[in-house]
Design a protein. Sequence first.
Lengths: 110, 116
Amino acid sequence: DQQVKQNSPSLSVQEGRISILNCDYTNSMFDYFLWYKKYPAEGPTFLISISSIKDKNEDGRFTVFLNKSAKHLSLHIVPSQPGDSAVYFCAASYTDKLIFGTGTRLQVFP
Amino acid sequence: ETGVTQTPRHLVMGMTNKKSLKCEQHLGHNAMYWYKQSAKKPLELMFVYSLEERVENNSVPSRFSPECPNSSHLFLHLHTLQPEDSALYLCASSQGATGIQNTEAFFGQGTRLTVV
């Protein structure tokens, strides 16, 4: 049973516009959520996180929103840049577990 | 460069071979992880070590054997693997066991394993 789901395997966005990546989870025990970015031939790198006691966290062009009642979080990137093209993984954690989604491939075109 | 180094980057092995993957972190972290990434599947947590003790084993087959001799090094010993074990194996470390201390994990570049 997949506890963290990213239902969109890919997303294509024009440069300068907003990219919205979505993630759903099923386990209400998750208390911390993270987004990772992965380029080809590299390991995932941490991007931004949010605690379950918050509903928004912003860091520069990146904002993560958490809707606990819907068990949904999203990552907004604005403005999108070609260098943002990568695979984005949503992850959720509780106790000593960090559970990842399948990833969404974002392509930002000029 | 994330401070987590994995070797080798690529490995091709036969089903009867024995090989080991190595992970080293220079971040002073006390928790280390092995993840498996197969095509079109989520990153799967295989093993968690916290303070050099294994705290999590997600029902991984015994043909995968982890070893954590100290807080900076983590190994994954492989023997009699199957072709379906071909995947990207990622090592990660964190300040504390992720989730308990709400810290992010830092990943290595991974080892691309092909079992023939």
